[in-house]
Ligand binder design. Sequence first.
Ligand SMILES: Cc1ncc(COP(=O)(O)O)c(C=O)c1O
Length: 424
Amino acid sequence: MIMPPENTPQGFLAVPAENRASKPDPMRKPNLNSSPADGLPGLERERAWVTIDLNALAYNVESLQRWVGPRVELMAVVKADAYGHGAIATAKTVLAAGATRLAVATLEEGIELRQADIDAPILVLGLLQNLVQMQIAVDYDLELTLCTLDQVERLAGAATGSDRPLKVHLNIDTGMSRLGVPWQEARSLVQGVYAQPTLELASIYSHFATADESDSLWANRQHQRFEQAIAQIKSLLKSLDRPLPPLHMGNSAAILNNRIFHYDWVRPGLALYGLCPAEFLSDRLPLKPVLSVHARVAQIRTIHPGEGVSYGHRFVAQRPTQVATVSIGYADGIPRRLSGQLSVIFNDQLIPQIGTITMDQLLLDVTDAPDLRVGNMVTLLGTGQYSENLAISAQDWADTLGTISWEILSGFRHRLPRVILPAT
Ligand SMILES: Cc1ncc(COP(=O)(O)O)c(C=O)c1O
């Protein structure tokens, strides 16, 4: 798709005629499964939208693959609707760019990918407890995380009658204290799996708690514990005459942090989407942000000194002020706590947001941007139209809010239509 110039004097007419929706057919039944985020065809860029640059995504995959080398496989983490980027388009792009497998958090996320005809191996990272869920996972050829002995029999039961063994991935808790078998007990779980003919141990993994911290004390400790557990498992497998399955530990930070964390597979999430997990790792790898957020100006008016703006009048004009209303708000993924601390980009100018961000709109002080017109596009996350040096990233928002870029990105899931720029 070729992007038309966004900020034409005509504003809303910036969407080319061929992209506009045809007249609605009054007989057409509404699609109850569609969500607002699907957008109306041709009208995605009328109000506010997210642009997903699949070229950037493919670039990040290739960059990561170069970094880890050809012998290490990428398991792309596409949970939470691919961190707000759209799971299906993301999954297809990362696989085409070289990732060999996918990871999701929930059964439903895995099913969504299978229903989109994605046949790569998919690991569900979350723990399924319910037998019916496990059977559904078997039906959809999803691979499951294994954490407890008690789960082994249920998983084996769920796979009974299936024409292929259920692939299970043993999660060892080495210090995250979230999911997984304690590293001291991992060996007995492996023994349990090999006692079940309907199960296949597809990999053994662990997850870091602090790989994004410059102090590597805990990351190294977790690595050592993993090594200890693997040594015990190796001796067991030797006695059973079985090979060691693939091992993996590395999230984005660990991948960038230390090559000893790479093992056979790595599990990047954030880095796929073009963000660096920590400042001290920022010079390791060139990455390009995949997601940008844009919205149009709905109305512009002048208010007099002393007039307040938006709920609670948290901004009061000190001078005659041109106020622009932009059609995007906290229900679209713009954190309300950024009120009064946000800037947007118009062409190559930064414009301050004023007053409280509301559910569907936010306000700008455009007194010093006389060229801005109703219908123009402003960029909330992304770069300037003419200069890539002017950029606002999810990390900037996260820093302001005292949170992490993962949370910001995964907030763009519900309402904004996605404009996908295909990989070329
Ligand atoms: C088990 C597991 N592996 C890998 C990842 C990817 O992490 P990151 O986005 O930091 O690369 C996550 C994300 O939270 C995860 O839970």
